[in-house]
Design a protein around this ligand. Structure first.
Ligand code: G3H
Ligand code: 13P
Ligand code: ZN
Length: 355
């Protein structure tokens, strides 16, 4: 059994000063490619499943794939995480299907587009924490709304993310509120708003401190040194992946993501989970585009998938190495969920702010 909770992974990462990429998955090829990378560099892995992924593949298929992944990669401690849960029911159904971690994104209402009030966020997050911790499962909360600081626009794309224009106070997590939120909800990890946004179009030039606010991370880390921070929207959108995509018939306007060095700076200040989806999509579809143009007779989908998986494995390997999780897998021994539940009940895992 290799399944591990997010809390155990991030506590280990906090103790040893590294970060973990959390990759979104939707299908067999992504799961295998990511876990090949994890196995090659001896990193634990977080595979996260969005609501979109659950409806694309179907819950039964996701469950079967994760079971197969454990069997194929017994040496990779694996956290199966619900990404951007929009309601108690979404999180409960993930927990009931053996996910070891859920995100309750209470920054938005159930429609996943309207920002909540602070009290609404608190109430739904608390409800999820109570259900999850009683079962030993970890919870990630979110405070602040993701969106671009330069335009003030929410990041509505593909039916999720805030709509309309938001003010700076909504787009940046308030450190005082973060302390209160964590004390009251006892989430295991907190996703923060600091100028990152989902998708490929994050910044129109390489980001500086006016559009990517690392001070938010530093201030929260000072107040809550043991809290595990999560950076969403943290694809780097590497130039080489954009170039491959465009060289083989793609039409992606020039864009900029979150530089790896900025993520590494975050990791030095309490960031422990780094969410990446866009880069994995680009790596795969770029490789497929290349195959489509260089071997125009090929119609076996496996021949398209093999280089796509290779490109994804290469990307993931780099992130495991760059964030410092490579080599950590053998140092982890997953605890049974019942033991985690007992640790929550005893107060051993409670977060308390620094004096
Ligand atoms: O949070 C955003 C992730 O990139 C998941 O995207 O909802 O299209 O699966 P998705
Ligand atoms: P990217 O779109 O930057 O890859 O972010 C993914 C993410 O935050 C998933 O929750
Ligand atoms: Zn996200």
């Amino acid at each position: 059994m290799t399944r591990i909770t997010l809390r155990e992974l991030l506590d280990h990462a906090g103790e040893h000063g590294y970060g973990l990429p959390a990759f979104n998955v939707n299908n067999m090829e992504q799961i295998i490619a990511i876990l090949r990378a994890a196995r090659a560099v001896e990193s634990p892995a977080i595979l996260q499943v969005s609501r979109g992924a659950r409806s694309y593949a179907g819950d039964a298929m996701v469950r079967a794939l994760m079971g197969a992944a454990e069997e194929m990669f017994p040496d990779v401690p694996l956290c199966v995480h619900q990404d951007h849960g929009n309601s108690f029911d979404t999180c409960r159904s993930a927990i009931d299907q053996d996910y070891t971690s859920v995100m309750m994104d209470g920054s938005l209402r159930e429609d996943a587009t309207t920002p909540t009030t602070y009290d609404e966020n608190l109430a739904v997050t608390l409800q999820v924490v109570e259900y999850a911790h009683a079962r030993g499962v970890s919870v990630e909360g979110e405070l602040g709304v993701l969106g671009r600081l330069d335009t003030g626009r929410g990041e509505q794309e593909d039916g999720h993310g805030a709509t309309g224009t938001l003010d700076r106070s909504q787009l940046l997590t308030d450190p005082d509120q973060a302390v209160d939120f964590v004390e009251r909800t006892q989430v295991d990890a907190l996703a923060i708003a600091m100028g990152t946004s989902h998708g490929a179009y994050k910044f129109s030039e390489r980001p500086d401190s006016s559009v990517l606010d690392m001070d938010v991370v530093k201030q929260i880390n000072q107040r809550l040194p043991d809290l595990h921070l999560v950076m969403h929207g943290s694809s780097s959108v590497p130039q080489e992946l954009q170039d491959v995509f465009n060289q083989y018939g793609g039409d992606l306007p020039q864009t900029y993501g979150v530089p790896v060095e900025e993520i590494q700076e975050g990791i030095r200040h309490g960031v422990r989970k780094v969410n990446i989806d866009t880069d994995t999509r680009l790596a795969m579809t770029g490789a497929m585009r290349r195959l489509a143009q260089t071997d125009r007779k090929e119609f076996d989908p496996r021949k398209w998938m093999a280089p796509a998986m290779e490109a994804l494995t290469t990307l993931c390997r780099s992130r495991y190495e760059q964030f410092g999780s490579a080599g950590m897998a053998p140092r982890l021994s997953p605890r049974p969920l019942a033991e985690m539940a007992a640790r929550y009940a005893s107060g051993e895992l409670a977060h308390r702010p620094a004096d």
